[in-house]
Design a protein around this ligand. Structure first.
Ligand SMILES: Cc1cc2nc3c(=O)[nH]c(=O)nc-3n(C[C@H](O)[C@H](O)[C@H](O)COP(=O)(O)OP(=O)(O)OC[C@H]3O[C@@H](n4cnc5c(N)ncnc54)[C@H](O)[C@@H]3O)c2cc1C
Length: 470
């Protein structure tokens, strides 16, 4: 069926890049946010858009934006659709702009240690191209095989190597962005610019400020050496102390992946927790040797026991396996698999709080969850001592607990992080899931300032309306 909207869009783009096919619209009607984690959402996590466009150039994206802006039609940018907060879930009547067609690796500037890529490129493809050139992408999330550059910038994602290289936003040197009006801006691809850095308006903006079409990213030198280590600790605080101590002397391992896990036995009863710290030290040879030696002394002083090398090697080999599974089970099997997900009520929360407040916050969460009878499956730190996560699950084995019990606990935990001077989420963004807490996260004046920026960049409010609570 050709709708009037599709006919209009087909005058702007080649017809094969416009779809109103029900299957295709259904495919892009949701992302990786499962309904069971969207405690505050009443409208469901799947909304079919009115049309899907798959532009191949920034000019095509700009033409669609100009058209949508004139008519007030919402535009929802989409990369790999792997976001876990619902940021790519369309609003009613929207045109989804799928950016996968902009997937070229335009230039690798070896001497300048930069790479320029289309926003729709899959992170792993960028990584592979860089590796062939003796370089490295600093962003290495679990979802490297399935997420795009534009999606990772727009969620300001975190990866395994963030301890040394920082978040995805910290890889950005310059951007090409289509604004809500259809205007295109381009920023210089250098580490620092004169005046305010406009790139930061689009990093973590989840498509609400502009549609990223191209990015120039840092291409790091491949480390001369990479040493992986694993240590077992007794309890969360012992391992936290080791990580904190390393950071206190400026020792920043590239990978800090620290978890206290609470496994269950065959009949679902908790057994003793396992606390493991996985580290990667990487860089030039002498630096790595010094880090290894000092890092080892710090871990042992906090009670850490060095584990056999095979344990950490297996961890490293398997670090993208959840994304490979997601690709097999969800992305390659069509959107229907998304809806068949087991209604198992659980949640993973990733807050950023001052490193010194982690023990106090850990105790607070522990007390609150114990009082409410909600089991913790895992406490963790990722990348730095400030990045604290917990995984909680439904107290009833059948997954029948009232969602408001879980939802209220989640909000109480996140707002407590805000009250300690932190932020409610360091990894996955805001999306539908957390938009109700965004004003609180930024404060009234800060949130109003964001609103005014949105108004300036997207006066007709067509870009992902509602995202970030804007
Ligand atoms: C198995 C699995 C593991 C994961 N592991 C990690 C992890 O380790 N670290 C991590 O940070 N995340 C992880 N995620 C979440 C997800 O992969 C990231 O949020 C990722 O960065 C999203 O990229 P995407 O291309 O899929 O974006 P999408 O889901 O398509 O979009 C995310 C948001 O960005 C917007 N957007 C997308 N492209 C653009 C663009 N070009 N311009 C403007 N806005 C845009 C969308 O509108 C949406 O708001 C994981 C997800 C899964 C399913």
């Amino acid at each position: 069926m050709v709708t009037a909207l599709a006919a209009d869009l087909s005058r702007i783009l080649p017809a094969e890049r416009v779809s109103v096919d029900a299957e295709e619209l259904s495919r892009v009607s949701g992302d990786a946010l499962a309904a069971y984690r969207a405690f505050q959402r009443t409208g469901g996590v799947e909304v079919a858009p009115s049309a899907l466009v798959s532009p191949a150039t920034a000019e095509e994206v700009a033409a669609v934006a100009a058209y949508a802006s004139e008519r007030g039609i919402p535009l929802v940018p989409r990369g790999g659709g792997t976001g876990v907060m619902g940021g790519a879930v369309p609003v009613e009547g929207a045109i989804v702009v799928e950016l996968r067609g902009l997937d070229a690796v335009h230039e690798i500037d070896h001497e300048g240690r930069r790479v320029t890529v289309g926003a729709g490129a899959i992170l792993e493809d960028v990584e592979d191209a860089l590796i062939r050139s003796g370089l490295l992408l600093g962003h290495d999330p679990w979802s490297r095989p399935i997420a795009t550059v534009g999606g990772a910038i727009s969620t300001n994602g975190m990866g395994y190597l963030a301890g040394k290289y920082g978040s995805m936003g910290e890889q950005v040197l310059g951007l090409q962005v289509v604004l809500g009006t259809g205007e295109v801006i381009e920023t210089p691809g250098v580490p620092k610019v004169a005046g305010p850095d406009v790139d930061s308006l689009f990093i973590g903006a989840e498509g609400a400020m502009g549609i990223i079409t191209r990015a120039t990213l840092i291409a790091h030198p491949q480390p001369e050496e990479r040493h992986l280590r694993a240590y077992r600790f007794t309890g969360f605080i012992a391992g936290y102390s080791a990580v904190q101590e390393m950071h206190a002397i400026g020792l920043r391992p590239a990978m800090v992946d620290f978890d206290e896990e609470f496994p269950r036995d065959g009949i679902g009863q908790p057994v003793e927790s396992e606390t493991t710290l996985y580290l990667s030290f990487e860089g030039y040879r002498e630096e790595v040797a010094a880090q290894l030696e000092r890092g080892h002394r710090i871990c042992v002083a906090s009670g850490g026991e060095l584990l056999p090398a095979e344990e950490v090697e297996e961890f490293w080999r398997e670090r993208h396996s959840s994304a490979e599974r997601y690709k097999r089970e969800m992305l390659l099997h069509g959107h229907a698999a998304r809806r068949r997900r087991r209604p198992w009520r659980m949640d993973y929360l990733h807050v950023a709080i001052p490193a010194s407040k982690v023990p106090e916050y850990h105790d607070y969460c522990q007390r609150l969850l114990l009082q409410r009878g909600i089991p913790v499956r895992e406490w963790s730190l990722w990348g730095r001592p400030e990045y604290f996560s917990l995984l909680i699950s439904d107290p009833s084995p059948e997954g029948q607990t009232d969602a408001t019990l879980m939802g209220r606990a989640v909000d109480d935990i996140l707002t407590a992080a805000q009250d300690l001077g932190g932020s409610m989420e360091y990894c996955h963004g805001v999306g539908l899931k957390l938009m109700h807490l965004m004003r609180r996260d930024r404060g009234d004046a800060g949130f109003e300032a964001l609103r005014r920026v949105k108004q300036a960049l997207d006066p007709e409010r067509v870009l992902n309306p509602g995202n970030l609570g804007l």
